[in-house]
Structures are given as C-alpha cells and as structure tokens.
Design a protein around this ligand. Structure first.
Ligand code: 1BN
Ligand code: ZN
Length: 344
C-alpha cells in the first residue's frame, strides 16, 4: 500500500529547480522594532516623481524621472544597469538595481504613467496624461525607500526592477506591461530558475489602503506575505479576502514559471484620471506595505521559504484518487477473501 501511494504521488507536476529542498520554519516573528522603512521619507520620493509631471513612455519627464531614480539608487550604494530598447518607435528603459546578475528576489514597480486619463469623468480631460501619484509613483517610492533600509548584503540576492511602459495599453497600438515582458524575455533559463519570488508593488499608496489577494498571484507567496502583515498587525490594510485578477507586471514572471505576487489596491476611484495626485496617497500606506516587504526580504534571507510555481490546486484531486484506489484495493481484497472462503 505504501509503495502504491508513493507511486501515486510521484508524478506531481512541480517545477524541479524549486522543488522541496528542506524548508526552514521561520520561527522568529517579524517585529516592528527591527524594521526601518520610513513612510514619510518614502512619501517624499512619491512627491519628487510627481514634480516631474506626467511620465508617459518616451517623454522627457520620464527620462528625467528615470535619471532621478538612478541617482537615488547610486547615492544609496546600489549598482545600476540600464536596459534600453525601442518599441513602436519609442525609446524605452528599464532600470535594474542590484549586485547579482542572477538574483533570488525581484522587487518590481513601474515608473511610467498612463498617457491618457481615459477613466476621467470629464471628457475633456481624457486625452491628457495622468500624474500617477498612486499608479506609478507609489511603487517606485516604496522601492527607493527599501533601497536605503535593506541590509547591504541584500544587494547580492535582491534586484530592484523599475519597469518602463507598464501603463500604455489600448493607446495608439500599445499593450500593457511592455517593460516587464521585455525584462523577463531577456532572462536566461538559469536566471529564471534562480528567482524564488517576484514581488510587484503597484497602486499601494492609496490613503484608504485596502489590499486584497490579487487572484493570479502565487497563493503560497500571497499567504507568506499576508502572514507577515498579520504578524506586524497590518491586518486592517492586508485584508484576507479575494480581490481582482489583474494583468499587471507580475504576469510575465508567472508565465516564465516564477512565483510572483501583485500587491495592489485596485479599488481606487482616481484610477486613470487626472485626480491620481499625491493628496490621494499617504505615508502610512507606503509604510505598511514597505515594512511588510522589508520583513519579507529579511525573513527570506535568514530562513527562505520555497514557493511553488504550480500551486497545489491538484492536491484535492490526488487525495480523491488515493481514496478511490484504497477503496478499490479493499474491494479486491474482500472479493479475493470471499472467494478463498468459498473454496474452503
Ligand atoms: C495597473 C495599474 N494596471 C494599470 N494600471 C494594470 C491593468 C491593466 C489593470 C488593464 C486593469 C486593466
Ligand atoms: Zn494604470
């Protein structure tokens, strides 16, 4: 029976490189006292980006903002790579910070903003580009603050990825998530296999922050991050409820077999309007998410959890199959036993 059950469990479809090597149990709970992410400082990064004005792909505002991001990171001692290419005649640039060419964790934010305010209630505003205080600047602000609070050795394991051209979908022939798609397509198989988790921060600066599980995100990674949030008593912000399915910058990572999460509050009335301005955002929101991500990285560096790409949606099926097999075996044994008895 044991042999049979073992054989049954063998063909589990798991990603071989991220298979179940001994997973350390993280016994030390994250504590607020050990975290340094400062929401007020992060908020100044948000305001600084907005001071460049709207930042659609190919604009001089976006170039200036990209240069500002690079200068901030270099000031904080991070090594920078620029990934440049042309898309629909527009020069694009991803900014990649970190010391390793093959990181284990990638923290992502898009630094471009939408070229059109197509959700604005005022029709006259709809052709104008948005400021993107929450949708663009918030995630970048959090990454810039993380750059200054993460321990120096984190640079060997963590890449901070600032992607271009996330938010131009359905405009002049553009798609969404162009920059993140380009980044993932440029990775070798070795690099993809080495990434244990990709964490996307998008629209998480909303003053009325209510984060729900993004539905396409890797469930075990969502659970790990939500558990840290609960331990840090941010359960008023990290709600344990399902949210939306969002075609965001984490998707290229998921498609490449990399565990990924989108930390996003998509219930944001100023979304893709001219109203997406800094006054709709707050230092407290940035701090809540920033500290959770800081604790997540700290924890992973000390006691890494291995996240499964293929989450075990099939486990109930396997369980049902096992029960079925056991029942069939018992029935066969019963029939054989009966036959034997009738022989006797
Ligand atoms: C996130 C922020 N997104 C755009 N701005 C991704 C998205 C694309 C969300 C299409 C909904 C629809
Ligand atoms: Zn957007």
């Amino acid at each position: 029976m044991v042999v049979l059950l073992t054989l049954l469990l063998l063909p589990l479809p798991v990603n071989s490189s991220k298979e179940f090597t001994a997973v350390n149990e993280y016994s030390i709970l994250p504590q607020q006292c050990c975290l340094e992410f400062n929401g007020t400082r992060a908020f100044t990064y948000l305001e600084d980006q907005c001071a460049f004005g709207p930042r659609p792909p190919g604009s001089s505002n976006l170039t200036a903002c990209g240069d500002y991001i690079i200068a901030s990171l270099e000031n904080q001692g991070w090594n920078i790579q620029r990934q440049t290419w042309t898309h629909l005649d527009t020069p694009l640039r991803n900014i990649i910070a970190g010391a390793s060419s093959s990181p284990r964790y990638v923290l992502i934010a898009h630094y471009d903003t939408r070229p059109i305010a197509d959700m604005d209630s005022n029709l006259e505003n709809r052709a104008q580009p948005i400021l993107g205080a929450n949708d663009g600047a918030s995630g970048v602000a959090a990454l810039l603050e993380l750059a200054s609070v993460l321990p120096e050795e984190a640079q060997n394991a963590v890449t901070l990825l600032f992607v271009d051209a996330e938010d131009s979908g359905n405009w002049n022939g553009w798609d969404y998530i162009v920059g993140s798609t380009y980044y993932v397509n440029s990775l070798t198989e070795y690099q993809k296999n080495n990434i244990q988790a990709a964490v996307l921060l998008d629209m998480m600066g909303d003053a009325d922050l209510q984060l729900k599980h993004e539905l396409s995100s890797t469930p075990s990674l969502v659970n790990a991050i939500w558990q840290i949030a609960a331990d840090l008593q941010y359960d008023d912000v990290f709600l344990d409820v399902p949210g939306y399915n969002i075609g965001d910058d984490h998707r290229p990572f998921l498609r490449a077999g990399i565990p990924a999460i989108d930390i996003i509050d998509f219930d944001y009335p100023p979304w893709h309007t001219l109203e997406d301005t800094p006054d709709k955002c707050s230092p407290e929101s940035l701090e809540a998410v920033g500290r959770v991500v800081e604790a997540f990285v700290q924890k992973q560096l000390v006691a890494p959890t291995i996240f499964r790409v293929t989450d075990p949606w099939f486990l109930p099926l396997i369980f049902a199959l096992m029960i079925l097999v056991i029942v069939v075996i018992v029935l066969i044994l019963l029939v054989l036993w009966r036959k034997r008895q009738s022989f006797d």
